[in-house]
Design a protein around this ligand. Structure first.
Ligand SMILES: Cc1cc2nc3c(=O)[nH]c(=O)nc-3n(C[C@H](O)[C@H](O)[C@H](O)COP(=O)(O)OP(=O)(O)OC[C@H]3O[C@@H](n4cnc5c(N)ncnc54)[C@H](O)[C@@H]3O)c2cc1C
Length: 360
């Protein structure tokens, strides 16, 4: 009998976990290595909006659109009732012509989107006090608590015979006869047939043993959470001055761009209370909103803004998967990359997103 290929995945965020589970499903022996918190750094600090509303190129739209479907299909494989909602989005970050342009753009791409007037918005969101004149409703979108999804995937992986090693930092890659043969870590060398670097923002640091590091423009973001509140909103709300969602457990999560050059703790506290004030002005509330958790996360953003997925030329057996919007993309990327690694079938959906575009 042919031996199972042994695959090491570096990084336990939603992207690494998804690739790991898909590789296990295709018959590989899989080990996930994580240096810090299981469930991933960015994935633990993410807003988690699952969408294809924003895509700077047709190829990226196709990828994101397929990814939303793949995320939905995940329900058949893993129980995600406590970490994913498919509530749809109401979007009014812009108004007037800009909102119309965004709407027309979505319709041209064949995306499920509807333009709503004030009355229609109010009917969908009765607790909204500050109702805009118009909003775009994208009913097929959702939102996830990405670290919980990653942990559910890792749990399924270990149930199926895979392994997860925490406190394990990959330091360098080892090669024999031009093929990857192992990963040097802080706990010793671990042998492998294939390695996948799903290291998120840390991809810019590269890895010893390969002359390759990913140029990144990582960006900070702030996430504020509240304790559970009564049923307040029914959709992901992307408003003119704040975006927020209500999770399955009733907590609210809001996100904001964060410029962390100043004292992070002071700025984060001020910004968090400002965010909650902005939400409070938008809603009919029976009690004051308070933060239960304030988190600063780093978005892993490759320099050109697009995902980087696939094998590395010159380094046989080495694959990379680094991206922003990794929450939206992870379930699809997992499936596509696993079938590329184990069945050598390359998806046209990934053609525009290969690592080789950064080779000199
Ligand atoms: C504030 C914020 C808001 C966001 N909003 C959205 C959104 O609304 N929708 C969306 O789709 N995406 C969003 N994102 C982006 C999304 O969260 C990320 O793209 C996604 O979580 C990336 O997952 P990952 O598994 O690649 O990375 P991570 O979750 O960061 O996991 C990578 C892991 O690799 C580990 N690692 C790195 N190097 C090593 C090493 N040498 N050895 C061992 N382990 C290593 C790290 O410790 C880390 O845990 C947001 C991100 C942030 C921060």
């Amino acid at each position: 009998m042919k031996q199972k290929p042994k695959i090491l995945i570096v990084g336990s965020g939603i992207v690494g976990a998804s690739i790991a589970l898909s590789c296990l499903n295709l018959g590989a022996y899989v080990i996930v290595l994580e240096q810090e918190k299981l469930g991933g750094a960015a994935s633990s600090n993410s807003f988690g909006w699952i969408n294809a509303s924003f895509a700077e190129s047709p190829a990226y739209f196709d990828l994101r659109n397929a990814a939303v479907d793949a995320f939905r299909d995940l329900r058949a494989e893993i129980k995600l009732n406590d970490s994913v909602r498919w509530q749809g989005t109401l979007w009014w970050e812009e108004s007037g012509d800009d909102l119309m342009n965004q709407f027309n753009n979505l319709v041209d791409r064949g995306y499920a989107a509807k333009l709503l007037n004030k009355n229609e918005i109010q009917r969908l969101e009765p607790n909204l006090k500050d109702v805009p004149k118009a909003a775009i409703f994208t009913p097929l979108e959702g939102a996830a608590e990405a670290d919980r999804v990653a942990l559910a995937m890792l749990s399924k992986l270990t149930d199926g015979g895979g392994r997860v090693i925490s406190g394990c930092k990959a330091i360098g890659l080892k090669f024999k006869k031009g093929r990857v043969s192992g990963v040097e870590t802080n706990i010793g060398e671990i042998s492998c047939d294939i390695v996948v670097l799903a290291t998120g923002a840390a991809a810019e640091n590269g890895m010893m043993g390969i002359d390759w590091n990913l140029p990144m423009q990582n960006k900070k973001g702030l996430i504020v959470q509240t304790p559970p509140v009564r049923d307040l909103i029914n959709h992901v709300l992307m408003t003119n001055d704040i975006h927020f969602k209500q999770n399955v457990d009733g907590t609210l999560t809001a996100g904001e761009i964060f410029s962390g050059d100043l004292d992070e703790n002071i700025v984060a506290l001020d910004l968090a209370s400002d965010i909650l004030s902005r939400i409070s002005r938008k809603l009919y509330l029976s009690a004051r909103l308070v933060p239960s958790n304030i988190k600063i996360g780093t978005r892993p953003v490759p320099i050109d803004g697009f995902p980087v997925v696939g094998d590395l030329d010159n380094y046989k057996g080495v694959f990379v998967a680094v991206m922003h919007s990794g929450v939206t993309l992870a379930p699809l990327i997992g499936r596509l990359l696993a079938s590329e690694i184990l069945e050598t079938s390359k998806s046209p959906l990934l053609k525009a997103f290969r690592p080789n575009r950064f080779l000199n």
